[in-house]
Ligand binder design. Sequence first.
Ligand code: GDP
Length: 500
Amino acid sequence: SRLINVSLESLQRKMIDAGMENAISYDHVINSDYASILALEFKKNPIIDEEAAFDIFPPYPHPNPSTLPLRPPIVTIMGHVDHGKTTLLDTLRSASVAKGEAGGITQHIGAFSVPVAQNSGSSLNSITFLDTPGHAAFTAMRARGARVTDIVVLVVAADDGVMPQTKEVIELVKKDEKLGVVVAINKIDKPGVDSDHIKKALLAEGLQLECFDGHIPVVEVSGLTGQGLEQLVETISLMAEVAELRAERSGPIYGYVLESKVLKGLGPVATVLVLRGELTSGSNLISGVASARVRQLMDSNGKVVKSAYPGMAVTVAGWKELPSAGDEVLRGGSEAEIKKAITNRKRRLEQVVLEQDAEAINERRRNDRIKRERLSEIPEDVATETTEEVANTNTIKWLRLVVKCDVSGSGEAVVGALEGIGNNLAQVKIVQSSIGDITESDVMMAKAVQGAIVAFSVSVPRAMQTLAAANDIPIISSNIIYRLMEAVKERVIALLPPII
Ligand code: GDP
């Protein structure tokens, strides 16, 4: 609407008239054909920039999904803290190693696969458990509306009962009708526990349990002794069979990054959860602004595999840059196509940064107006100083930072510490934060926004030092958050206007 100089409301009205009522939310991306039709409606002459319009899109939905092969269900374990999620996952994981490849070493890759006993009559071979429930990736994927979980196992400790986080999970599953739920009453090995009491409490929270003629199965388990786990696996596979989870095992891949890190000898690696298609060695991938030519695929037992199929999570080596957890993974096409798509994606990111700046400034202007209106009621001599201060906020200066950290957890801490620095004249804006060493794309991003790079506990390769220096990009590097804060503060102060 800004480009064709009409109000958002009138654009939305026109879109509804044109039958595009499902696409009018402010963040909906429309393709160039629709955009041109709308521009014409407003008597503007559209010119399509084919270069800028280029991207790699997810494959179209299959026209006849019921003919596709079944895939393993993707399961997430959720519940209140200390109710035994980690213990349960560990026991399930070690069972999978024992039954799987002999001598395999369990790797923590964000997901693992548990075989389904073939005498159980199930047509499923395995179940995939995500072991990153509270993880940033999970939140990021949910925020994007991505469905990466088919079934939630709600763990409730028999000796503790329904607690605040139990209720949060209940609310979450109530909102999502397609999400399967199974309740695991855990720590059943403890003497004197009363599981009937827990079942009634869950019913009172609105969970339609099977034992009360509802549809949600309940299994009594002990993550510690392994009691009931076979029944839990059986229950999940039964639910998965009823849900008929199907996906294409060939064709372009579609998936998500669960975790990413830099490994010595392998470089940047990422666990990719495949949702569709076949992921093979040698294929080209794109994820966010990172790309890969797949060099090696490894399962959660550390075993090198040739291909990965829907429902499987594998570690992928061969990334040129480190992709971010929660980002979509797609087949990239040719090197040239990938390059074009990444250039455009970066350009769009810069655009978002500029729009965020504009929005922040508008917000301040709105607040200032309100303040000025209020100030007009105050005697003049008191008001002068404050109004001047208000007028200055329109020329706020930003110190834009690209933040790099060693592990995801510290990333949040560093971003949190730096974000608050500044006042209404000069302020920090975090443009991008990710894990791993500084790469060329970080330097380019910092250059694009005329900012600086902050490196916490990561190495700065010599080549990147040279590249940054050549582009006049400062690198602020330290292993101590406090030092980083001090250095950033100094740069923010340098942005302040001189005192007259
Ligand atoms: P999380 O916070 O939900 O991941 O819970 P943990 O798996 O860390 O478990 C919290 C505590 O409960 C630990 O001390 C575990 O040893 C204990 N625990 C977990 N599962 C069981 C169980 O089935 N039986 C008993 N008796 N203790 C358990």
